[in-house]
Design a protein around this ligand. Structure first.
Ligand SMILES: NC(=O)C1=CN([C@@H]2O[C@H](COP(=O)(O)OP(=O)(O)OC[C@H]3O[C@@H](n4cnc5c(N)ncnc54)[C@H](O)[C@@H]3O)[C@@H](O)[C@H]2O)C=CC1
Ligand SMILES: O=C(O)C(=O)Cc1ccc(O)cc1
Length: 301
């Protein structure tokens, strides 16, 4: 049985539009209603026939929904939830796709007291944004981490888990604070490093003219892809997951200082041992079949 009959998606960018496409592809009888605060995005969504209906107001999009998924930048979650509060049916489940979870749960709980809130995070995306960047297969074979509050209704959680399974995700449940620590090191810190290194190189570019671009090797190019990610989205992630990111950044800075010291003192063993350890990590990821990097970067969509 389908877990939901009428799903509303608020925020029709990369993730919202991918979800709309995936739901329509995998569960064609589900009615998908969409809303976005940006009129240009709503026009595009209508032109590309993204949803069964696109409404001009957030309230109108939820009046008969049994699931509402907020797909807006993490610091806009509270405002988006407040906009639907008066029109949300009593038995509707509210979820989201934000990249960090504790702050979002706090925003949603404040905006929608007494409502069923089950946050989630599909760990799948690209550096692109907007309704035309989405694609139906984005979530296939990817993790979706569901972070229910302690008192969550187990049946509501089960229905949301089933939705994500139907669009192809592997689902794990996790405590929100733990999610934020794990993602701070596996996703948020790598983005911060990419933004930094591309910024550093672009500062140098004025000295070296176009050499940074001309001789950019594979490693730097990979960083430029990540550093092309949406500025609003990532500003919000770093501010909303501040504590976990600062904790991981502290550890990273200490490790970087140790490497700096090893280079300064010609400690080849320290360098060799670290690089041997990290090579083994990469190889074990590939052996476990979790090397989604290459197919994703090259994925045609
Ligand atoms: N981009 C990625 O790779 C991934 C993003 N996420 C999360 O998904 C969420 C959405 O990200 P994207 O789809 O990439 O962003 P996006 O920039 O492509 O789309 C966000 C959309 O939300 C709309 N919006 C902003 N505030 C709104 C409001 N108050 N009410 C209605 N619409 C509003 C914007 O107009 C925009 O169309 C974020 O919370 C992000 O952390 C999660 C996994 C991957
Ligand atoms: O494009 C990439 O490399 C990503 O890392 C995509 C991504 C961005 C944010 C998330 O919360 C989850 C996945």
């Amino acid at each position: 049985m389908l877990p939901f009959a009428r799903i509303t998606i608020i925020g029709l960018g990369l993730i919202g539009s991918s979800l709309a496409r995936a739901i329509r592809a995998e569960m064609p009888t589900v009615r998908v209603t969409g809303h976005d605060a940006d009129p240009a995005v709503r026009d595009t969504a209508r032109r590309i026939d993204l949803c069964d209906d696109v409404t001009d107001t957030a309230g109108a999009s939820v009046t008969d929904a049994d699931l509402v998924i907020l797909c807006v930048p993490v610091r806009a979650m509270g405002a988006a939830a407040t906009e639907i509060a008066d029109d949300l049916p009593a038995d509707a489940i509210v979820s989201d796709v934000g990249s960090c979870k504790a702050d979002v749960l706090a925003q949603l709980s404040t905006a929608l007291p007494g409502r069923t809130i089950i946050p989630a995070h599909p760990v799948a995306g690209t550096e692109n944004s907007g309704p035309e960047a989405g694609f139906a297969t984005l979530f296939k074979g990817r993790w979706c981490i569901v972070t229910p509050p302690d008192d969550a209704d187990p049946f509501a959680v089960q229905r949301l888990v089933e939705l994500w399974r139907r669009v192809g995700a592997d689902v794990e449940t996790m405590d929100p604070a733990h999610h934020d620590m794990v993602l701070a090191v596996t996703s948020h810190l790598p983005h911060l490093i990419a933004y930094t290194i591309v910024g550093t190189a672009s500062d140098l570019e004025s000295v070296t003219q176009s050499e940074v671009i001309k001789y950019s090797a594979g490693g730097f190019r990979d960083f430029t892809r990540i550093a092309a990610s949406d500025p609003t989205m990532w500003r919000d992630v770093f501010l909303a997951n501040k504590d976990a990111v600062l904790e991981m950044l502290q550890r990273f800075s200490e490790d970087l200082s140790a490497l700096q010291r090893a280079i300064r003192w010609n400690d080849g063993d320290a360098l060799f041992n670290l690089f041997t350890r990290t090579r083994a990590i990469r190889r074990s990821i590939i052996e476990q079949g979790q090397d989604d990097a290459k197919p994703d970067f090259g994925r045609s969509h």
